[in-house]
Structures are given as C-alpha cells and as structure tokens.
Design a protein around this ligand. Sequence first.
Ligand SMILES: [Zn+2]
Length: 305
Amino acid sequence: MNQRTIAEKISCTGIGLHTGEPVQLTLYPARSDAGIVFARTDLAHPVEIPAKPRSVASTSHATTLGCGDATVGTVEHLLASLYSLGIDNVRVEVDGPEIPVMDGSSASFVFLIRAAGIFTQSSERRRMRIREPIEIRDGERSIRIDPARSLQVSYSVDYTHPAIGRQTLKGFALSGQSFEREICRARTFGFLHEVEALWRNGLARGGNLDNTVVMDESRVLNRDGLRWADEFVRHKVLDLIGDLALIGMPIEGHIVVERGGHALHQQLVSEILNTPEAWRIEGPVPQARGASDFVPLRTPVGASA
Ligand SMILES: [Zn+2]
C-alpha cells in the first residue's frame, strides 16, 4: 500500500468547543512522508505542530497538541477520520486554538475528506506490526494491544448512568467503510452537572445540544435522542482511533480497552513507543526518523475523557 494525501485543498468553518468562537479549518495536500501537521495561522508567527506523541500537551477532556505556547485542541475527531480513511500526509491549518467541534463527531471531517478526494502517492507506506502484547492496568481501567493482522478494537464502558450502563463493542475491524458506517457519526457526550461546572470555569463555551449528547441524572436531554443505543462506546472507539493516529502509521494489532479515556489511550501510545521489542515497522526503511519521535510520554491516568 502506498501513502495517500487529499486531492485538493478544502475548508470548513465551525465553532471551537471550548472558546465558542468561530474557527476556520483548511486541509491541504502534503508531500510523501510529511505526516499530519497542524498549523496555527492566526498567530503573529505561524506555528507548526506535528501530529506526534511528543506534541501531546493535555489529555483533559480532549487531546490537545502543542509546540511552545501554541496549542491546537480537540484534534482527535479529525485525526480519527484521517487515520480511518488512510490519509498519511496532510497540512491542517486553523485560525484558532482548536479544531471546530462540528456536530461532536467525525462525520463532517469524513465528508470534507471525501469531497476533497484522495490521492495515492508514489512512496510506500510503513506499518507497525505488533508482535507481543502490551498492557496497562490502573484499577478498573485497562488497555492492551495484542498481535493481529489489522487494527481491531474491543472497547467496554461502564457507567452507573441509566442511559449508558455497560456497553461493549467487540472485535470492531477498522476500515474506511466500517468507520463511516459504524463509528464516525457517534458524538461526544457529557453530563449536565459537568457541563455546568465547565461553563462556570469558562470552558466548553461552545458546547451545546447541537454538538454534545448531554444527560441529566436520568436521561438524554437532546431532543432527537441518540444515533445508536450504544453511541457512547462507539464514540470512545472514535476517540481511541484519533489518539492512536499520533503513532503516524497504520497499526496491526487488537486493542482491548476497559473504561478508557484519552489519558489511558495516550499511555498505551507511549508504552508502545517505549517497548520497541514488542513491534516491528514493515515497509520502507525510515530515513533517520528522529529519536525525538520516541521521547517517552507520561500522562496521568484518571484525567477525564
Ligand atoms: Zn471525542
């Protein structure tokens, strides 16, 4: 399989989940081996932030990437779309501190990439093949990756809330089609008391029922209800794919998650990179890929998803 980019540039505008301000997002084709690079175009000096594990600045509520003082928040829904549609190289320009939230899912980004078209490049793609299991346990939470022929995900969530309860998606095999059909429309979710606390702290100003599934103590408040009864676990799978995308190449392994969130997902990414004996890169030999790609990253477990 060769590397891919988008066939032409494409833009959309939406609001940032945290700032509530309009943000313009533009995707540009990028050369082979460029990877995915975010660029803040609203700053006096444009700053580029590569979508790599070492760029992770925060995993609280969403995944935020940063370089110096410049950050781009809520990158995971866009990254999940790019990874699932097999886009290796793209430049992502934003004129604000976060990717627009759109409807809280990846659906708009998949639409955007499909509208731009996909261009197959001449260089071969690298893949990461997992050869030995890697596991992280933290009380009732756990995440592991086992060897498999392609990326598969088994994910469980367990909430006392009556609208969620225990939900499991088992053996989901990722492809562009399966992502579009089963995952990409699953929205972000939150509880009313949490959302109100965020608002009091000046956060999630753009969050509303058009881009978040919100629940009070007993039920879902969105007028049209859920897109699937198990939309919650599907969104967790979406987030996981977006977080894994930071590895920068397709991964061949089966990931099993119990009660995960962004912090746990990034811990797995970091543990994978710190355990090179457990995997092998297949495909062309990387040209002096910097050791900086493999800087250990330690994120606290327990931060909210
Ligand atoms: Zn999410």
